[in-house]
Design a protein around this ligand. Structure first.
Ligand code: ADP
Length: 416
């Protein structure tokens, strides 16, 4: 089945066209037929990039695109022009990445009117993301009124977290009145690499404990017990947890109040400082890009080294904490741009973790693109697995519209 995958943001739309079915899911042979994006929507010089199995070269077009409808129509016309979709082989379903599903969604869902209303209700929790994700849905509904559309949530996988993991120790009324709790993000990626690990190793889901590290521009780590997320480092928003490209990760909340008072910062100033000026970028004063920082470190840039050290130290601390939570860990998994490529980060963050079961084989760490990089005597396996969020969205879309049961989760509930 041909499935159109859309990740619709405020001024950009990323897409993939993926072919999948039950056999392809089971054999990991789903096919990406095309991918690309439209950036700078709203500008005279919007940029369209397009790659497909039928084009030899990567295509790049620059033209005025003022709204999401024009952007998505342009993508569809490129897919048609390249013979990837047409009357004989149409798109059969659309899968949307949706950032926030609140407590309402613990699995992917058919975008019925009721589901769309519930996603609208979650806008308050992700005001910078959900409205744009929904925009993609509304445009597709107009362009393809008869096609089923499915929402796949970044938060859904973490709905299995128990209350002791998802609650903040704030007055309980804050949770009840304002839904203030930890939701977690990157669920699609954590779920994908966990599934892929089990597929590679044939480990049974219901006895397999994993720690998955998604290290990209945003970073998060998840403890997975018997297939279910039991803790994750991002919280109510994607700010909490690990040091990230431009975000602080964990921070004493009183620092925020202090900074606001000291520098007379507004809520939007302080949000910008925490989300866009901090992390690797804020510490190094140079870049949020790990590749650049590794080059600078070798050239002797002390703050680039400090930023990398802090990144790895925080990660090591979380790996230790999640090992304590799980008790027994089958594998530690690295994914995302940094996790898949930066062997130095993997090595530094596993440093001194031999005593709790993690020992990296240096040669394998340099060479392996997908697979085990642990020494033979390491108690837990250490895997590198390239993530593929779009493929998981396509698979969920396929299963949802054919009513093939998705992996079921039991949402963690507060019984009090
Ligand atoms: P996003 O979260 O936007 O999807 P990615 O998963 O692509 O981001 O990760 C981006 C990060 O991965 C950047 O910090 C980038 O420097 C880093 N990265 C990509 N390739 C490499 C590499 N070969 N070595 C080290 N870091 C890399």
């Amino acid at each position: 089945m041909k499935i159109f995958i859309l990740n619709s943001g405020s001024s950009s739309v990323k897409f993939q066209l993926i072919e999948t079915d039950q056999h392809m899911i089971e054999t990991a042979s789903d096919r990406r037929l095309a991918s690309g994006q439209v950036e700078k929507i709203g500008a005279d010089d919007a940029i369209i990039t397009f790659e497909s199995v039928t084009t030899r070269d990567f295509e790049r077009h620059v033209q005025a695109i003022y709204d999401h409808k024009t952007a998505i129509a342009k993508i569809i016309s490129l897919l048609t022009d390249h013979g990837l979709v047409g009357a004989e082989s149409p798109i059969e379903a659309i899968g949307h990445r949706v950032v926030h599903g609140g407590e309402r969604f613990s699995s992917s869902t058919l975008m019925t009117e009721e589901a769309v209303r519930a996603i609208e209700d979650c806008v308050v929790l992700a005001p910078l993301h959900n409205p744009h994700n929904l925009k993609g849905y509304y445009v597709c509904r107009e362009l393809f009124p008869n096609l089923p559309q499915v929402g796949v949530f970044d938060t859904a996988f973490h709905q299995t977290m128990p209350p002791e993991a998802f609650l903040y120790a704030l007055p309980y009324s804050q949770y009840k009145q304002h839904q203030i709790r930890r939701y977690g993000f990157h669920g699609v990626s954590h779920r994908y690499v966990a599934y892929r690990y089990r597929q590679i190793t044939r480990a049974p889901k219901d006895t397999c404990n994993l720690i998955t590290c998604h290290l990209g521009n945003g970073c998060s780590i998840t403890a997975i017990e018997n297939g279910n997320s039991v803790d994750t480092s991002m919280g109510m928003t994607p700010l909490e947890g690990l040091v990230m490209g431009t975000r602080t990760g964990d921070l004493d909340a009183a620092v925020v109040v202090y900074m606001m008072l000291q520098e007379e910062l507004t809520a939007s100033d302080v949000t910008n400082l925490l989300m866009k000026q901090s992390g690797l970028y804020g510490i190094s004063g140079e870049s949020n890009d790990m590749r650049q920082l590794m080059i600078s470190m070798v050239e002797g840039h002390a703050r680039a080294k400090l930023a990398i050290d802090m990144f790895c130290y925080r990660l090591r601390k979380y790996i230790g904490a999640y090992t304590a939570i799980l008790g027994r860990v089958d594998a530690l998994i690295f994914t995302g741009g940094i996790g898949e490529n930066a062997s130095l980060v993997r090595e530094k963050s596993c440093d001194r973790l031999q005593s709790i079961g993690y020992e990296i084989d240096r040669e394998k760490n340099q060479a392996v693109k997908e697979g085990d990089i642990a020494t033979k005597k390491s108690r837990s396996r250490i895997f590198v697995i390239p993530t593929n969020e779009e493929v998981l969205i396509a698979r969920d879309t396929y299963r949802t519209i054919l009513k093939i049961p998705q992996p079921q989760v039991v949402a963690g509930e507060v019984s009090a």
